[in-house]
Design a protein around this ligand. Structure first.
Ligand SMILES: [Zn+2]
Length: 238
């Protein structure tokens, strides 16, 4: 994927993705590590993770956020209420933002975009309101535009995301049950017209039945559906 330039994208199972820019900015999205059955156990996270981005409050997207913030010095970026919750739980640096807004994360501009999903967070005290679910568009300076959809159904405003930001890589949930499945993701591909899709949120647990093969069959040859083992980086050379 030549268009990735110096940027490396590593899927770590479920919706966890590590993005490393050529200038050295490390971004981890939705850290689900300890309890993630698909996390590549031999994978070594970089010592420093500059930013940890959260799409919504569910445990399979936030479970290790506070730990990553403490161990790797990461600033936690999330929708305003979720950022405040993470701060209360011990993340010392946070950036709260909201839908439609952008923040500059060194050489990456992160724009928070819509997702269609629920978003409470559960702890010993019950379920808390932590804003709404979101996705991120990451525009790397002199590099690619990456879209992590978070957990979502397909929605027609994905066309707006395409028109505004032109993502080359769309990271989309395809497992079904809690998010869209392959047929909806195929429609998302039409709306987004990326160069490639990195399928997320499938196969982690038995109900998440959608597969990249089904998606690839539905989409046909015009969009490349990435099939990669967790822990193996996507680079300009593959
Ligand atoms: Zn999820």
């Amino acid at each position: 994927m030549k268009w990735l330039g110096e940027t490396k994208v590593t899927w770590l199972g479920h919706a966890t993705v590590l993005i490393q820019t050529g200038k050295g900015t490390n971004i981890l999205i939705d850290p689900f590590i300890e309890q993630n059955p698909k996390y590549p156990t031999d994978f070594q996270l970089p010592d420093q993770i500059h930013y940890c981005l959260l799409t919504h409050g569910h445990g399979d997207h936030t479970a290790d956020a506070v730990t990553v913030a403490a161990r790797h010095g990461a600033t936690v970026v999330a929708i305003y209420e979720l950022a405040a919750y993470m701060q209360a739980k011990g993340a010392s640096q946070t950036i709260g933002m909201n839908l439609g807004g952008s923040v500059r994360l060194d050489d990456v501009t992160a724009t928070m975009v819509e997702a269609k999903h629920s978003a409470g967070i559960q702890d010993e005290q019950g379920t808390h309101y932590v804003g709404v679910a979101a996705g991120y568009v990451l525009s790397v300076a002199d590099g690619p535009v990456l879209y992590h959809a978070g957990d979502t159904a397909v929605f027609s405003d994905m066309k707006l995301i395409a028109d505004l930001y032109h993502p080359q890589l769309a990271m989309l949930p395809i497992g079904g049950h809690f998010t869209m499945g392959p047929s909806e993701a195929a429609m998302a591909a039409k709306l987004l017209s990326p160069k490639a899709i990195l399928p997320l949120h499938f196969g982690t647990f038995p109900p998440l039945k959608g597969t990249p093969e089904e998606l690839a069959k539905l989409i046909g040859p015009e969009v490349f559906v990435v099939r990669v083992e967790p822990g193996r980086a996507l680079t300009s050379g593959n």
